[in-house]
Design a binder for this molecule. Structure first.
Ligand SMILES: Cc1cc2nc3c(=O)[nH]c(=O)nc-3n(C[C@H](O)[C@H](O)[C@H](O)COP(=O)(O)OP(=O)(O)OC[C@H]3O[C@@H](n4cnc5c(N)ncnc54)[C@H](O)[C@@H]3O)c2cc1C
Length: 401
């Protein structure tokens, strides 16, 4: 029996390791296909954009960790998926599967707002390694000739946390260079209040973020829809225009092309509808995890904000899917526990920790706290996570995810 997993990041790698642990090697072949041959710790991209980390610092090559565990690794781009024929086509060869796990993450839907970039418009982004590197170079040039700056999220964005992280990190860098007075920053977000994050907020995060932005003289606008980004401005749907010489705007996301284009596989945005076991609603041998999955917003907001699928949630989805595939094959009970969320946001000189269980309100726990210890925890965690994933350890002590 052959299990094919597309994607070598949080979702794909976690599923592969867990399935390998659950299914005997001799009878069950597992293959990971990824167009990127490295595992890259994406949550550290804001530090890449700030120039304090390189992609090499936050990544490792997938081949050895996978093959040493008895999982095949294929570096290839998937070009098509045929759920009827149970075949995955790549730019190299085709693979037959008995079970397929799709963990292909996102495509930035830059077509949603004119000017979103960086490679197809003047706006900057940090949703992928090349975009974060572009932002780093553009920011370095901007600091030599500073001016007004806009940071924020486009309507329909789901991954809004990195916009806040970038804002705090940039402000810290400006202060260190005594440039804060030369760079008026405007923060614009479709969220109904600061810190909504597409999940209705966490504890007292709204008051905390309002205070932090006010302390930094950052003007902020909530429930707003960016409609256009030019080289010198950011425009809103209501006609408001902000001067901006450097605009970093998080785009809305969509599913990747081969998933979006496979007949019957995805919703109109290219995300995959799944049942509570992370199994495809129509194709019983296909599972999906992570950003590739279609999950509805927690509530309707005046300007759309979508539900975030974080690395922590992706890891939980992968473990649930792996357990359920093994239960399908070997027999046993399937599980579908509610997702929790835990994140640390870096803020220059300190960090903010947010935790909610379950992630969708109403919740048993919803809390935030801040302090220098969280910045240290975030720095430690990124290295720890790379270390553990290189070794195939998907289980952590209780005090980390
Ligand atoms: C800037 C930023 C900061 C973040 N910060 C945090 C944070 O602090 N905490 C947190 O929990 N989460 C954070 N996240 C979210 C987290 O990074 C994502 O939830 C996580 O990366 C999702 O994992 P995934 O496996 O679903 O997809 P991805 O990480 O997007 O990986 C997709 C995989 O699929 C492969 N792939 C895609 N298309 C193809 C194809 N056609 N053929 C073959 N392979 C393909 C890629 O090579 C890759 O291996 C952040 C995200 C960003 C962008």
């Amino acid at each position: 029996m052959h299990i094919v997993i597309i994607g070598g990041s949080f979702g794909g790698l976690t599923t592969a390791y867990d399935l390998r642990r659950l299914l005997p090697r001799r009878q069950y072949e597992i293959t990971v296909i990824s167009k990127e041959r490295r595992f890259i710790f994406i949550p550290s991209l804001p530090w890449v954009a700030m120039g304090s980390k390189t992609i090499a610092d936050i990544s490792f090559d997938l081949e050895r960790p996978l093959t040493s565990k008895g999982v095949n690794f294929v570096e290839a781009a998937v070009t098509g998926i045929d759920p009827q024929a149970r075949k995955v086509h790549t730019d190299q060869e085709a693979f037959d599967y008995d079970y397929l796990v799709i963990a292909t993450g996102h495509r930035s839907a830059n077509e949603a707002v004119e000017g979103l970039g960086p490679f197809d418009g003047p706006g900057h982004s940090l949703m992928s390694p090349p975009e974060a590197e572009e932002a780093r170079d553009a920011l370095a040039a901007f600091l030599d000739d500073p001016g007004p700056m806009v940071i924020g999220c486009a309507p329909g964005a789901s991954c809004v946390g990195p916009a806040y992280e970038f804002l705090f990190e940039v402000h810290h860098a400006l202060k260190q260079r005594s440039l804060a007075s030369k760079v008026p920053i405007t923060f614009v977000t479709p969220e109904p209040f600061l810190g909504h994050f597409g999940v209705g907020g966490f504890g007292k995060i709204r008051q905390f973020l309002e205070g932090e932005l006010e302390d930094r003289d950052v003007r902020y606008h909530t429930s707003v829809a960016i409609s256009k980004i030019t080289a010198g401005s950011v425009e809103l749907e209501d006609g408001t225009e902000f001067e901006s010489r450097f605009s970093l705007v998080i785009p809305p996301l969509a599913g990747v092309k081969p998933v979006a284009e496979a007949e019957g596989l995805a919703n109109p945005k290219g995300f995959i509808p799944v049942d509570p076991n992370y199994r495809h609603k129509d194709f019983g041998t296909i599972y999906a995890v992570g950003v590739a999955v279609a999950l509805p917003p927690v509530e309707e907001t005046p300007v759309p904000v979508n539900f975030p699928k974080t690395g922590h949630m992706t890891e939980q989805m992968a473990k649930i899917a792996a357990g359920n595939i093994a239960a399908d094959i070997l027999g046993g009970e399937k599980t579908s526990p509610d997702l929790r969320v835990e994140c640390i946001m870096s803020m220059g000189t300190e960090g903010a920790h947010i935790f909610a269980d379950p992630v969708r309100p109403p919740r048993n726990v919803s809390a935030m706290s801040n302090g220098k210890r969280w910045l240290w925890a975030k720095k430690f965690f990124s290295n720890y996570y790379l270390w553990k994933m290189k070794r195939g350890a998907t289980r952590s002590p209780k005090w980390v995810w």
